[in-house]
Design a protein around this ligand. Sequence first.
Ligand code: C2E
Ligand code: MG
Ligand code: MG
Length: 720
Amino acid sequence: MLGSSPQLSAAVVALLDDGIWVLDPASGTILDTNAAAAEQVGTVPHLLVGRTLGELLTPPMSVAEWITVVRTVDHLGAHTIAMSLVGPDGAVTPAEVTVTRHRTDDADVIVARSTDASERLWLHAASRAERDRLESTVASLGEAVAVADRSGRICTVNDLFCQMVGLPAERILDRSVFDPPWTALDTDGTPLPTESTPAVLSLRQHQAVRDVDMAVDRPVDGGTRSERRWIRATAVPRSGPGGLDGTVLTLTDLTETRRTEQYLQRLATSDALTGLATRPRIGEIVATAVELGGGTRVGVLHVDIDNFRTVNDTFGPTTGDRVLAEVATRLRDLEERRLDLGRIGVDEFLVVLVGDGPSLTFDARLRRLGEEVQRRLERPLELDGLELHLTASVGIARTPDDGTDGTTLLRAAERALSAGRHAGRHQLRFYDASLDERTREGIELDRDLRLAVAQRKLEVHYQPIIDLHTGAVAAAEALVRWTHPERGPISPANFIPAAEATGSIAAIGDLVLNTVAEDLAGWNAVSLFPHGARVAVNISTSEFEHRGFVDRLAATLDRSDVSPSQIELEITETLLMEDLTTSALRLEALDELGFLVALDDFGTGYSSLSYLHTLPLHTLKIDRRFVGDLRDGRSSTITRAILSLARNLGIVAVAEGVETEEQRRFLTDAGCDQVQGFLIAPPLPKAAFERFLAERRPLVQLPEPAAGAALAPQADFHLA
Ligand code: C2E
Ligand code: MG
Ligand code: MG
């Protein structure tokens, strides 16, 4: 019927997977079908003959509609229609039906070829009802959704999607995700290759591609402008019974979120109290300005309110905050001149000037600006009837002299400020490279010191302390000595504070104490050290405050043949006063272990004397400033007072820095117990001190020297 050999044609048709229908053009009556066609409507071919195609569809197709179909076929040659075939049990099979007309000499028939679309087309060939349902679901979603079939053709979009890409539905529908009507951009704004878009990836890889951040330039104002929207895209493939059906693309608009983030970020970069840029932000500004390079000069003013702490302590933090806000307002008035401002510490601000021109002129501008900052901030400030007078200090650094990157420049300004601090309030200083020179020197010195400690190159000298009544050696103060390989002897008054700052002090303390314990043990063995005498060891604040201090001390002595009562620990008054409670506890622990404690440099602190009797003190050392100044009425009065206080408390009084016979006589008359100073002996190396000890043995009465005869520090102390 369909080919030259009817038998062959019938066989081929019977084998086809597609349904073949032979229909009457006038009525749509079924003249013949193959097995596949019958199967699509759940029956066998012979039961279909005589019925119409229209009655096998849902909704049914009328004869009038059928005639329209035939006319279309006649017009186009072929026509493909989506139909829903319905079986006797009501099961619907979506089908794609291609209709053609065959005219031969003996026949004029319509041949329809139907393919089961349920197996491969999820959307396109689905029934209208199904599509409507999908569309209404998509439309009602709160997100922007587009659905593409497995070929990538966009078959459904909702309004939100259209809004998001800024295109009407007509311009989106039927376009392919492989060639979309919008341009997808990467988050950095570069076009995203189509193969990398989520919709295409999901179709190619048959898997969900989630949360891809991207952007689109959305046409606005009728396409005259475009506006970038930040979106997050997710594409989830849909599968039907026959495999992949298509993909559902969902877009979330991140633009607002991103704007909020940027806003929050701006908030984080400006200080809440003053509204000025925060430290990181102003740092960035400086760095960026410095990077401009060329003839651009960047000057930074590090501004500090000198007396702010007092304001805070006296009037409370609320007033303090208001003062800072006012300071910021006064600085902001400068902003008109295109300055950048930042708050970089509680009461520290940064003013950044970017300019050009020769360095002398620029320096002059910076200085004038600094002076103006000071003038503004030092104007009386009124708050609730309170009149405050602040002063401000400024440290200035500029490119390229003081740094060629932001960090260095800021550090230089800070260094300039802190260098000025020593000089007092209302300072204005430019950075000076020699400041760093000193830091570098300090670092080198500390390195050398650590090395010296490790190699045990530090020495301990002993300065005798003599009993004024008997002339006997009552004690010796251990004083550390360091001879730098290049710089020669360096005073402990210089390197001890540095070592405290860097932490090397612990090692120094250990070294001194070990040396003392060793030396003492040696002298004990030969009975060189006088019975009942002590070696005084200086303990610095950080050592004393260290938790393990007392234990370490005890352990050191345990190892040697030395009794704790032979060791006196010299601590300073300032140290004691910093935390009296803790210090008292620690002193008691030392006392219990049998150590003696001396209060060094007494009279230099600001403490009241009332606490003295509560502490287990063995010795009070009168600071050598008083001793050196005994001719002055005030100093002699203080010295007498300290001596009588010590006597009353039963504490041994030692006068430091006794250099003259006159001083010694005064001290003897005033009831001082013991003296230390160049008059007796300077700090002596171990061997010299041993000789000193040997010569002093057996104990001799100190002879009355001739009046006014002051012995030179290096004098021969051999007293017969
Ligand atoms: P200090 O504890 O007050 O030590 C007494 C200082 O006065 C010593 O200075 C000593 O050499 C000096 N001196 C002694 N007699 C006289 C005198 O008649 N006239 C004058 N003008 N000065 C005299 P030195 O050795 O330079 O030590 C300075 C400071 O360094 C010491 O003051 C002490 O605080 C600290 N120090 C020394 N050795 C050590 C140590 O081993 N550890 C710790 N933590 N500090 C130490
Ligand atoms: Mg001392
Ligand atoms: Mg002292």
